[in-house]
Design a binder for this molecule. Structure first.
Ligand code: ZN
Length: 1048
């Protein structure tokens, strides 16, 4: 206790010290195991109380003095000061002392101060949320703590809530006191704000939100809100009350409560009577934003919608939009949100197609397999609290996802997206899944050997030196000829392709191409489009006549009036031969019947404007994102507008600088130009077409304008991203065979046949050099890519990997000497061939099948998993008598993806500590070292390639990601280094490439750097592994490479 007194004295001295004294104070001893005996009223206890009071008084009296800064900075400089204060706060029997302590701590985390961030880190490290929650419960029971003490505690908690990733988890025990405290503090002007902040933070977790609703918190806030509203004054409390209600309303139970309270009437009243204020003042932007967000939830409830319509909601909202004068992105967001609400209140209007379902059908074999229900992964706990979805998952439940994106600022800069939080269900008492025990679907060693020995023959054939099949073939024809030959012999779509797209055959290299900068969004165009839709649709609803050409379809009208210039449905239907491909006069001519092509229907509107409809994935009615088609018959003196009208995702990088890509045949022939980013006035907005007759979620339009470089005679190809076909992969593999360096062992196997009988290549690369590491000591690295066919960026990264691994650089040679690489560059071959975005032939997302892949329906995932199982079970410990030589295999797994909502390239990894499943954290108990190593790869990648963004990396294991490759491989095969590598489709917002759009050469560099980083990662692991084993072979072999690899 003496030390405790010393610590307080130190703080006190700080307040009264000049500069010289400060030096000695920092050196004061700290006692880390201090226990304060609450029973003894010793002299020391008394002096603690006295000093606490003095310090707190000093802070209170001298708000702007140096003394305050000195005290609080000293606190921040040493965690023991904070620990000390927290302990006194926890153990003190004297409520006054506790109040003083709380006041000091609260000042320690005051907003916009130098010391806040450091003190918050200390408090989080000390589990302060839990300590304070426990203390509050205690004081609530015996009512001993003063109101100002309670308020201070909530200020500290509200600060903790912004940074503590386990906030609701740690606060769990105190949930029940929230409602009584809310009631008690409702009329206290200073107390309400922090407690509402805490509610808002807690409600991020939907289980907790429901629990709070069950305790009456929703009704209390509504009552409080009405009381404040009566004063007709906008203040921060209204803002936070609305934000808290919005968070609470993410759970349907609470929406029912809001509907019962008829809150929408109050909200509409505010919109109506304070319109001028809300529309013009930037401060009130968040208030109107929250009002719209809550309304959005309310009208999703049938009674809620009825109330909204009865209270004249449609008119009020329309007039709100009309008067909206904020002409920037925030204004756009209000408009877009209003339109979302209005669109849910109108008669649905369907796309001008006969059937939403894909015209491309595949009869999957009938096997006994229970398809996952779509709700399986949209459980509230994971979805709503985790805006950063892994590998860019498509919304199964549009209702939930929508608000998330609507609420999101560009690139998730919204504070609500600052971090995700999941709370183990057991603590809330609500989740039924908390008892779930993970069970792997294990295959026997014999079965694995029987199936996969053949894919590991290098382990035998290389033993005695060079293998038998080694003689480098030479390429007998040009790459383009080879491409055509492979395409004819080995590629077959679900329907007969008309063509081979020219750019795919050329193996374009953009390395010397110009930098392409992010496109500036034209907000005026965006507003124009949105307002046009909004007004016309509202007019439609009120049955007044509308004859706007741009609104091409009404359910009452037959579609014969439409000027259809391309129609895949009809082209694929033999009874309609030659129908559906009009080439009337000056219309553009479209075609997409080639590998990876995707375009379903094109309707010509007025002038040079076309509405385009994309084809859904095979056997589904959704996943519209990827497009790839050609156009002919254009004029270079015209500007054409393309509107792709059946996008699903609620936001897109098309609104944040991304442009589509175009290839012009004449530009290539005349200037050698390959794919370039094109398109002016690129925007993305919610349109008037509903996804189904059940009113609600509308499709989105991606619109862009193009002026083509040449007139008739040119053929231009337009795509969502740089195309990468299956044929290109096959061709590239052939080329590699012929160009690999001498000491490269390269073998290409067929991992399996797809459902439509294509080979899925499995590539083995290692060294056949006698000086290389013994085979059985080499680390296995398994990389996969393109499980999502629309993510062509993944293929370009994989191409970079392949090129680097077979190159004759010294570094590549060292990589081959130390590792055996098993690569599956295209897991979803069928999806790629047939122009799908997300799925394969069965309509299943293959990256959601890794936990239980079906051998017949998902063969490539089943067998890729088999390869990993083989590494894990068969290669792990066999052959090596010396235990120290044994290592877990594989060393690393990574699946390459594209991410459609973020910029840059980044990783998702697995950290047991950040898992929703409590048993996962056992994996991390070994050491924090394991965790650091896990995150080390991100640093290594950033050092090598500036387009890699460490800050976007995440390591959480979420329930919704259970069946992804990354999590399954980490959990089932205990692969510590198990990652998803995600690349943007758009560009970079930081570092060296800031402001640029991404291109294939960036992606290929990323692939090269990825494998180069593996050396250092392995080195790090070996140098720190247990025992006296000093495996420095990697650096010993070629010492100068260690440093070289850092630069590359
Ligand atoms: Zn993906």
């Amino acid at each position: 206790m003496e030390d405790q007194v010393d610590l307080l004295e130190a703080l006190w001295l700080e307040a009264n010290s000049d500069d010289e004294e400060q030096e000695t104070i920092h050196g004061l001893p700290c006692n880390e195991n201090l226990q304060l005996d609450p029973m003894s009223e010793t002299e020391q206890t008394m002096s603690i109380r006295r000093m606490t009071a003095q310090i707190s008084l000093k802070l209170l009296q001298e708000r702007d003095s140096g003394a305050r800064s000195a005290i609080l900075l000293t606190m921040a400089a040493n965690i023991n000061h904070v620990k000390n204060l927290l302990q006194i706060c926890e153990l003190s029997k004297d409520p006054k002392t506790t109040t003083h302590e709380l006041f000091i701590l609260r000042d320690g985390v005051a907003a916009k101060t130098l010391w806040r961030s450091q003190n918050l880190s200390h408090l989080i490290a000390l589990n302060a949320t839990e300590v304070l929650a426990r203390r509050l419960v205690h004081f609530h029971q015996d009512e001993s703590l003063s109101e100002s003490g309670v308020i201070s505690a909530f200020w500290i908690l509200s600060a903790l809530a912004t940074k503590d990733s386990k906030f609701s988890w740690q606060f769990g025990g105190a949930l029940k006191i929230i409602n009584p405290l809310l009631k008690r503090l409702a009329c206290k002007s200073l107390g309400l704000y922090p407690i509402l902040q805490v509610v808002k933070a807690l409600a991020r977790n939907t289980d907790v939100a429901q629990s709070l609703g069950g305790q009456g918190v929703v009704q209390t806030i509504v009552v409080v809100f009405r009381q404040v509203i009566l004063k007709k004054k906008f203040c921060p409390k209204i803002k936070v009350a609305l934000e808290a209600l919005f968070m609470l309303a993410k759970c349907k139970y609470n929406v029912n409560l809001l509907v019962a309270e008829n809150l929408s009437r109050d909200l509409l009243e505010i919109l109506q009577s304070h319109k001028a204020n809300l529309c013009q003042k930037r401060q009130t932007f968040k208030i109107s934003g929250s009002i719209l967000n809550i309304l959005l939830h309310i009208i999703s409830n049938n009674q809620g919608k009825a109330n909204f319509l009865r209270d004249n909601g449609t008119e009020i909202l329309k007039s709100f939009c009309q008067d909206l004068t904020i002409k920037d992105r925030r204004g756009d967001r209000l408009l877009s949100r209003s339109w979302t609400i209005l669109s849910k209140c109108r008669t649905p209007k369907l796309l001008p197609i006969a059937d939403d379902f894909s015209p491309m059908q595949f009869d999957a074999p009938e096997v006994h397999w229970k398809k996952r229900s779509s709700g399986c992964y949209s459980s509230a706990t994971s979805r709503e609290t985790t805006p950063d979805t892994d590998d860019d998952e498509v919304a199964d439940d549009e209702y939930e996802d929508e608000y998330e994106y609507e609420y999101e600022y560009e690139d998730g800069e919204d504070e609500e997206d600052a971090f995700a939080e999941e709370m183990p269900g057991a603590l809330t008492g609500l989740s039924k899944t908390s008892s779930k025990v993970f069970k792997a679907q294990k295959r026997s060693d014999d079965e694995l050997r029987a199936s996969y020995d053949k894919f590991f023959i290098e382990l035998q054939s290389l033993m005695g030196g060079n293998g038998t099949e080694e003689s480098t073939p030479s390429l007998s024809s040009s790459v383009t000829e080879l491409y055509d030959q492979l395409h004819t012999e080995r590629v077959c779509g679900l329907y007969l392709f008309e063509d081979i797209a020219l750019p795919d055959r050329l193996f374009l290299n953009d390395a010397s191409g110009p930098e392409e900068f992010l496109h500036q969004k034209n907000c005026n165009i965006y507003r124009e489009k949105l307002l046009k839709v909004l007004y016309n649709e509202c007019k439609d609803n009120s049955r007044s006549s509308t004859n706007l050409n741009s609104f091409i379809h009404d359910n009452d009208e037959p579609s014969v009036d439409l000027d259809v210039v391309y129609d895949l449905d009809q082209l694929l239907d033999p009874s309609h031969s030659n129908v559906g491909f009009h080439s009337r006069g000056d219309s553009l001519q479209f075609e997409s019947r080639f590998e990876s092509g995707n375009l379903r229907k094109v309707i010509r509107l007025v002038h040079q404007e076309y509405n385009l409809i994309l084809t859904p994935d095979v056997n589904t009615a959704k996943h519209h994102q990827w497009f790839y088609f050609s156009v002919k018959n254009m004029r270079s003196d015209q500007i054409y507008t393309f509107n792709i009208i059946n996008y699903e995702k609620t936001n897109s990088q098309f609104n944040f600088g991304m442009q589509p890509v175009m290839f012009s045949q004449l530009e290539y022939e005349q200037r050698g130009l390959g794919w370039t980013r094109v398109g002016q006035d690129v925007i993305y907005y919610k349109n008037e077409f509903s996804k189904s007759m059940a009113a609600g979620s509308n499709y989105m339009t991606a619109s862009f304008k193009i002026q083509f470089p040449h007139s008739t005679g040119d053929v231009c190809y337009l795509a969502y991203h740089f195309p990468y076909t299956y044929t290109r992969l096959l061709t590239h593999l052939e080329v590699l065979q012929c160009s690999k360096s001498q000491d490269t062992y390269l073998r290409i196997d067929s991992l399996n046949k797809t459902l439509n009988n294509h080979d899925v290549p499995l590539i083995t690369i290692t060294s056949n050099n006698d000086n290389a590491r013994p085979l059985l000591e080499r680390k296995l690295v398994v990389l996969t890519s393109r499980v999502h066919p629309g993510e062509t960026n993944a293929s370009f990264m994989m191409e970079g990997v392949l090129d680097q691994l077979v190159s004759d650089s010294q570094l590549a040679s060292v990589l081959r000497s130390n590792f055996i690489f098993k690569l599956v560059p295209m897991l979803n071959v069928e999806g790629v061939i047939n122009g799908c975005h997300r799925c394969g032939l069965t309509g299943d997302d293959l990256n959601r099948q890794w936990d239980k892949p079906h051998p017949i329906l998902h063969p490539s995932v089943y067998h890729a998993k088999g390869i990993l199982a083989y590494c894990h079970q068969i290669l792990k410990t066999s052959h090596l008598p010396d235990k120290k030589q044994q290592a877990d295999q594989p060393f690393l797994f990574c699946d390459f993806h594209g991410h459609s909502r973020k910029k840059s390239i980044f990783l998702y990894g697995c950290s047991g500590d950040e898992s929703w499943l409590p048993s996962d954290s056992d994996r991390s108990t070994n050491s924090s070292h394991t965790e650091n190593q896990n995150k080390m790869l991100a640093d290594l990648l950033h050092n090598r390639f500036q387009g890699f963004e460490r800050k976007s990396c995440r390591y959480a294991i979420e329930k919704s990601r259970e069946s992804t490759a990354r999590v399954v491989v980490w959990r089932e095969f205990k692969v510590q280094h198990s990652y998803t590598l995600e690349s943007t489709f758009c560009g970079f917002s930081k570092h060296e490439y800031k402001g640029q759009q991404i291109k294939p050469s960036h992606l290929s560099s990323m692939g090269k750097c990825f494998v180069n980083a593996l050396l250092e990662l392995a080195e790090e692991q070996e140098s720190t592994s247990v025992g006296e084993r000093k495996l420095q072979k990697i650096i010993v072999t070629i010492p100068d490479l260690a440093s070289q690899s850092r630069i590359i």
